[in-house]
Structures are given as C-alpha cells and as structure tokens.
Design a protein around this ligand. Structure first.
Ligand SMILES: [Mg+2]
Length: 362
C-alpha cells in the first residue's frame, strides 16, 4: 500500500503506471491492454473515434470538483459524443499530464471515477500515457465506439423538420454560477457546501451542481432513434442550444427558429434564477454543458419519437422548426421573430478560468 499523500514526483512514472495498471480490469474485445507499446483490440466494421480533454483552470478547478467527479466527467463528455453518432462506446485510452507535486490520492480519485463510469457504460480502458506538466492537470481521453448501420449526423436536417431537444436545459449553467458562489459537492456527489444559498435551496443546488459536475447524457436513446429512422440529423448539446443549433444549421444548410416559451428550462435552475432575479430561459438557450440531444425530426415521425422516448424514459420537447437556408437562427418571442445570435463557447476567445469569475466549459 503506497501512502496516498506521496507526490507523483516521488513515486515516479514507472511505479505510477504499475499502480494504475493494477487497477484497470480487462474487458471484451481486448487482445492486449495496458502495458505494451500499443493496445490490440477487436473493432467493428465501422469504428467511431472521438477525443476530448479536461484542462485544469479551463474546464475545472481542483477546489471546485472532487477528483472522482473529474474522472467521471472526463469519460462522460466522450460518451456523449459517441452517443450523438448513435454508437456504442467500447474502448478508451487515457492520457494524463500531471504536475509533479500532485499527490497520489488525487490520481486514484480520478481513476475511481473513470473506472466507475467505464463499468457503468461497458467501456474498457486499454492504454494511455503519463507525462509531467508544469502546473496544471490535463485529462485527455480518446474513446472508440461501435457504429451501427445508421449513424446520426449533423447534416441531413431539411426545412419543415422539427427542432427537438431531450431532457431539460440550463441546470449545468446554473451549477457553474453556484460554484462561483461557493457551493460544493463532496466526492460522492452529495452537497458539501450551499455557498450563498440557504438550506431550503439544498435540493436545487445539489441538482444543478450534479448536472455540471456529473452529467448524465441519454446514451442509448439515439441508437434507437437512428435504427428506426426517426431523425434526419442530431448532435449532442455541449456548447449551448443556440451555438449547437447554429452548428447543425451550418452542417445541414438550413435555418431554424426557436420558440422561447417552449424551451424545457430545468426546474431547479429556474427556481434559483428566479430567486436571484435572473433569466433562466437564457441559461437554457446559451448555457452549455447540458449533454442532451438536439434532433431534427420530420413531423410524421414525431409519434414514433415519443414512443421510443417513453421506453427510454427520456423527456423530449419540440422547441422550433427548421426552415430553408442559408444557415441562420430566429427566436420567437411574444408573437414576433427576432434574430438570434449563437453564443457559442469559443476556447480561444474565452477568458481563462484563473481568478475572477471563471468561465469553464468544453
Ligand atoms: Mg459533440
């Protein structure tokens, strides 16, 4: 048993690798896992590949997110992308850049979350890399998945298709505000501090913090939608509805309008926003990190969509309609149609999350 306070500098790369390797179980389709020059895995005829990283100071702060939740989320953001192609996640490689003074308990906490989320979703970790970084932690994951006969693409929406979203929107964006106000979850995902909020808001605070720190995208739903030809196009909502809808319009060469009154604003986010005099609809429209699905559904397939949604217990809401291109967005508000500017997150334009009120999202 290694002392969990041991900094990785003292432990060394070889011992850390050996330690992590001993924790990772093998899984189906793995010929050679961690430990050789490369992993050897059986893949399907269509293999989906996606990659996403969490950078300390950009996507998370150590004092905001327990290591276990960082591990869960690092895999979840990749799972969401495989699901958004109507695929099944299978194998992951994990690259870690670690500052030399990072204690082993943090790395073990990260792996607790990674392994737990892997087990929940049938993913096997088959390799990765360890490197030192100057001061920030980087968790970089590449996830491979099995593509079915039908993939869900961002292109393919046609004028007349309905704009449909799964789940509720805005809770993660509300969670980000709560973190800035001192609210915290513990490593088991329970409320640790309410920040500026009173105990009476504890449920709503917990819900929004979990939505941000431990998102739960609908993973199998899109496979059913693709198999049954229910959608023309779709993607996951990571950057916010306005930005992602604009992306889908760009890829499909259509425009779209959204009805502000129809947005499925998360109830907890709405109650917290109301209490502070804010606008929850704007969180749902521009907030980001919802990890729900944005779908283009032909009107004659809406009943079929609802049937599948009931089976998977996924709320779905029609929020607008696609119209002829060129790509543009309109917002229907109080009987009039106004131009809607996509407020998409831009990594290279965003303020870094160090000092002040951090802006953190992938
Ligand atoms: Mg995506």
């Amino acid at each position: 048993m290694i002392n969990p306070e041991t900094p990785v500098r003292e432990l060394g790369e070889r011992a850390l690798l050996k330690h992590l390797r001993s924790r990772v179980p093998s899984g189906p389709g793995v010929e050679i896992g961690i430990g050789d020059d490369a992993a050897a895995i059986e893949t399907s005829p269509i293999t989906l590949v996606t990659t996403d990283c969490l950078v300390e100071g950009v996507h998370f702060l150590r004092e905001w997110a327990p290591a276990r939740l960082v591990g869960r989320k690092a895999l979840t953001v990749n799972l969401s992308d495989i699901a958004a192609m109507a695929g099944t996640p299978r194998h992951a490689v994990v690259s870690l850049c670690l500052p030399p003074d990072l204690p082993l308990w943090w790395v073990d906490g990260l792996y607790d979350g990674l392994l737990e989320r892997s087990a929940e979703t049938g993913v096997t970790i088959v390799g990765g890399n360890l490197a030192v970084s100057i001061s920030q932690i980087v968790v970089d994951i590449t996830l491979l998945g099995q593509g079915g006969d039908k993939l869900m693409r961002r292109s393919g929406a046609v004028p007349g298709d309905l704009v449909v979203v799964s789940g509720a929107l805005g809770a993660a964006a509300a969670g980000l505000k709560l973190l800035a106000q001192g609210a915290r979850l513990d490593e088991d995902g329970f409320l640790h501090k309410t920040g500026v909020w009173t105990e009476s808001s504890a449920r709503a605070v917990t819900h929004c913090l979990r939505a941000l720190l431990d998102p739960n995208p609908p993973l199998a739903f899109s496979r059913a939608l693709a198999e049954q030809d229910i959608v023309h196009a779709g993607m996951d909502l990571s950057d916010g509805l306005s930005g992602d809808l604009r992306t889908l319009c760009d890829e499909s060469d259509v425009s779209a309008w959204v009805d502000a009154a129809a947005l499925p604003v998360d109830g907890a986010a709405a109650s917290l926003e109301r209490a502070r005099g804010g606008d929850a609809a704007s969180l749902a429209l521009h907030g980001g990190e919802d990890y729900q699905l944005l779908l283009a559904v032909p009107p004659d397939r809406l009943d079929a969509l609802r049937d599948v949604a009931v089976i998977w217990d996924i709320p779905t809401t029609v929020v607008g309609e696609f119209a002829p291109g060129p790509s543009a967005l309109l917002l229907k508000k109080g009987g009039s149609l106004l131009p809607l500017t996509a407020q998409s997150h831009d990594h290279f334009r965003a303020r870094p999350a160090t000092g002040g009120e951090p802006a953190t999202r992938p």
